[in-house]
Each structure stands twice: as structure tokens, then as C-alpha cells.
Unconditional design. Structure first.
Length: 485
């Protein structure tokens, strides 16, 4: 099909919008893509999670994996009552005596202690130590109906043993671990996340040397389809039979606060069909059908800087081994608070932050520039001041015109107390933004088509500047959309 005709059909068939679950335009770079190209687009969005480190996972579980009764959500057992941060164990002979940080995709498949996979909380979950040992590095699967060849956890919640041969499992695979039905979809979508997030490094993983990974990964596979057909078929079925629920949505949001990325297969139930399934030829639309004029953009906004804004990883002085960079986001403004090179202290309070020597505070925004940032300071002993490069802030106010700006402390001793910031921004109108909604997308192509039909239009519709509003301008917009420039 002619690519311009395809785009015109796409314009008439698509509703463009904000992303789901408060994601705004996080997924926008995947607009209009399909199949392998769509998978790579999602990989570029979610890759490089800012993991908190393996030792800090047990604290992070208080955000991601706590049941309504306050105990940890155990992914392999429904008969445990583990206290977040306690009950850690390296192994137990009985169920219920301790839990592990379980890699749903085993460590040996990607290289032990290799970050970010080793600490990626998306797939490193709390599970009973004994059941973790029973699973070992065996693949997930479905067990045979021959009960003599199968063992179960308490209440029959999880099962392990000989695989169901009707699922076309490879010869030589003698043991699989079957999670409970209420978690099968969750696990499938986590595997979809893993092979998407790490698409560009899968080929470097040592899984061909693993005892079990060769039953899961396909030696003839590609970055687009790295899993063996029996595994992919099973995960697609699991994801359909156990759809996304409120618990999984809440965990995805918590992971976002912990390490700054999301699982698109949770945010978009059924996305796997657009990537690998029957809809792989259809273009993906990132929105939810609402107006895309971005009513959430605020030229002026005040953000409270505190532990809650930065994800609640800790409150008070930074614990030993905790993340050296925390991140918060609100209405298109991202603020990163970093320990900095050779920094010794870092503080997140309930109602303020404290910046010490070497700390960095970086502000960034998209499709806009910062014009002014005013700091509300709660304490400023001995005349300490913030700086931008070599420039000193006057009266705690910064002015400029940039999408990114970083602040640090002067050379005197810290700390410097900041309660909030008031930010002023100006939108940037890009080339190709014909309809003035501050994005370049198929809606601009529709506007150009209207101008062509009317025989006239605004100067912005002549995107390539050749003096005419025609198909060449549509081609220019398509190129801008494709490159993201």
C-alpha cells in the first residue's frame, strides 16, 4: 500500500490521546508502529531501568508487593505471612519459614549478579524459600495430569513436576514449575517485558550454557521472537486467560516509582497481540480515545520536594546501599535528585529535601523550556546558596530558557533545605505542528489534507517551505514522526 494512503486511512481510523493509567505521553514514540518495529519502540522507551540494587529490593517490596493485610504477597505460596523487610532466608526445608528474592527469569540465563537484570524488580519478586528451591531454574510450564509425577505447595497453590506433553514441550525437558492460575498472566506479561526491555542484549546472555534455558529460548530465534514456540504459545494463552487486574496495575505503578520504567503489557492489556499475535500488522495507537490537546500541561506549577515525590524509597538520611539517584515526575516535569560524584550525604524528608556537597538536582521537561524556577527554602544557615554551573542564584530564583537545568550547592558546608519549587514553562512549537497542539502526529496530516482541499492554509501547513501545501508536506510530517525530531 502507498505509505501516504496508509497514513490517510490511519488518520480516519484512529483516535489520538493521552496514554492510560496516568502515563501521559510516555508511550507516544510507539505511535503507529506494528510488529517487530513496535517491539523495538517499546524497548527504547522502557530500557535502562534505574534499579535500586539487589540489597534494596527487600525494602522496595514494601511499595510493590504488600498484601492488604500488611504481609508480603508471595508469588509461589498462599500460606505464608512474611513481614516486609524481615523473614529473609537462603533456603528452608519447609514452606512458610522464610522467603527469597526470586528471579522469575533465572539468574543463570542472563549471567549471575548482572545488572540491571539482576535487580530489576519487575521480575525479581518475593517467594517462599522452599518453593523457590523447588522451582530452581526450571522453566515455567503446565504439569502433567499424572499426579504421581507432580508435587504441590500447601493448598495446591503451585505445582511442579513432569510437563504436560500435549503442549509440545521439547524432548529432554523433565520438570516444569506451574504457578497458580491467578498469577499466570502476570508472569507471562513479565516475560513479555523482559524480552522487550532487554531486546538489544539478549544475544549476549549466557543462556546457551544453561541447563534449562535452551528449552525456553530459541537458538534459531531473533531479537523479535527469542522464545521457543511452545513457550510463546503458552504465555499468550496465559495472558489471555488471566487478564490484567487491579493488583497488577498497582504493582506496575509502584515499579514506576521504584525504578522509573513500566511494563507496557500491563498498561495495554492485549498489547502482545499487536507485537506477536494476529494484530501484528495493525498500527498501535498509544492513547485511550480522549482529547489529545494535552490539558494536563501547566505553564506554571508548584511541586513539593519530599520523600513521597521521589517515590518513597526512604525517609531521612539515605541508608547505606540505597539508590544514589531518585526521580519524581509531575505533569511533564522530571526532577532527579542525585548523590553526585564523591557525595557523602543525601536527605529526603517528609516535607523537604536537603542538598549537601556534591549533590545534584536536575530539572527536565519535554516539548517546552523552563523560563523560571523559584525555590521555597525552609532553612539557609551561614548564607549557603544554590548554583547553576559557576552562577549563583539570587534570592533563590533562576531564570533562563532551556529544557534541562541542574543545580548544586556552593562550596560552603551544607545542607541546604528546599521545601518546594514553582516552575514556569513555555511550550515549544515544532516544525510540522500544523494544528498547534504541540505534537507532530497524524492530526497534523489531517490538517494539511484539509488545507489541500480548501486550496489555502496557514504558513505552518507548508511544512517543507517550498511555497506549496501538498503531498510533499505530508511526507515531511511522516519523516518527522518517524525520527521523533
Amino acid at each position: 500500500m502507498n505509505k501516504y494512503l496508509f497514513i490517510l486511512l490511519f488518520v480516519s481510523a484512529s483516535a489520538w490521546a493521552q496514554g492510560p493509567n496516568g502515563t501521559e505521553r510516555y508511550y507516544r514514540p510507539a505511535n503507529g508502529k506494528s510488529g517487530a518495529e513496535l517491539k523495538t519502540a517499546f524497548s527504547e522507551i522502557i530500557r535502562n531501568p534505574k534499579v535500586v540494587g539487589y540489597d534494596n529490593l527487600k525494602a522496595a517490596y514494601q511499595l510493590t508487593d504488600v498484601r492488604p493485610d500488611g504481609y508480603l504477597r508471595d508469588w509461589y505460596s498462599n500460606a505464608t505471612q512474611y513481614v516486609p523487610g524481615s523473614n529473609m532466608s537462603s533456603g528452608q526445608k519447609e514452606e512458610g519459614l522464610g522467603y527469597n528474592r526470586e528471579h522469575l527469569l533465572p539468574q543463570s540465563w542472563f549471567g549471575k549478579s548482572t545488572d540491571p537484570m539482576y535487580s530489576d524488580i519487575m521480575h525479581v519478586v518475593p517467594s517462599d524459600a522452599r518453593l523457590n528451591g523447588q522451582r530452581n531454574d526450571n522453566p515455567f510450564g503446565e504439569v502433567t495430569d499424572q499426579t504421581a509425577q507432580v508435587s504441590t505447595s500447601l493448598n495446591g497453590y503451585s505445582k511442579w513436576g513432569a510437563p504436560n506433553k500435549n503442549l509440545n514441550v521439547p524432548e529432554g525437558l523433565t520438570k516444569v514449575f506451574e504457578p497458580n492460575d491467578e498469577l499466570k498472566g502476570d508472569i507471562a506479561r513479565i516475560y513479555f517485558y523482559m524480552i522487550t526491555c532487554y531486546e538489544d542484549t539478549l544475544h549476549t546472555w549466557p543462556w546457551p550454557e544453561s541447563r534449562t534455558a535452551t528449552y525456553v529460548f530459541d537458538e534459531q530465534g531473533t531479537p523479535y521472537e527469542p522464545l521457543q514456540p511452545w513457550v510463546m504459545d503458552m504465555f499468550m494463552r496465559w495472558s489471555s486467560q488471566d487478564p490484567v487486574d487491579s493488583i497488577e496495575l498497582a504493582r506496575n505503578e509502584a515499579v514506576w516509582h521504584v525504578q522509573g520504567n513500566r511494563n507496557p503489557f500491563v498498561d495495554y492489556p492485549g498489547l502482545e497481540d499487536y507485537v506477536w499475535g494476529e494484530q501484528r500488522e495493525e498500527p498501535f495507537v498509544y492513547g485511550d480515545g480522549t482529547d489529545d490537546n494535552d490539558p494536563l500541561f501547566q505553564p506554571t506549577m508548584t511541586i513539593a520536594l519530599n520523600s513521597a515525590f521521589f517515590g518513597g524509597e526512604w525517609t531521612g538520611v539515605r541508608p547505606a546501599g540505597a539508590s544514589s539517584v531518585v526521580r519524581g515526575e509531575e505533569n511533564g516535569v522530571t526532577i532527579e535528585f542525585a548523590l553526585g560524584n564523591n557525595g557523602r550525604n543525601m536527605y529526603l524528608g517528609k516535607d523537604h529535601i536537603r542538598i549537601y556537597q556534591k549533590n545534584l538536582l536536575e530539572f527536565s521537561t519535554t516539548d517546552a523550556v523552563f523560563d523560571k524556577i523559584d525555590f521555597e527554602v525552609t532553612k539557609n544557615d551561614n548564607g549557603r546558596v544554590l548554583m547553576v554551573g559557576e552562577d549563583t542564584l539570587q534570592n533563590y530564583n533562576w531564570t533562563g530558557s532551556t529544557p534541562t537545568v541542574t543545580f548544586h550547592l556552593d562550596e560552603d558546608n551544607g545542607p541546604f533545605y528546599i521545601k518546594s519549587v514553582t516552575i514556569h514553562r513555555t511550550r515549544i512549537r515544532k516544525v510540522g505542528d500544523v494544528n498547534v497542539d504541540y505534537i507532530v502526529d497524524v492530526a497534523d496530516i489531517a490538517t494539511i489534507i484539509d488545507c489541500m482541499a480548501a486550496g489555502e492554509g496557514p504558513a505552518e501547513a507548508d511544512v517543507n517551505g517550498d511555497g506549496a501545501i501538498d503531498v510533499a508536506d505530508i511526507a515531511t510530517v511522516i519523516d518527522i514522526m518517524a525520527t521523533g525530531q
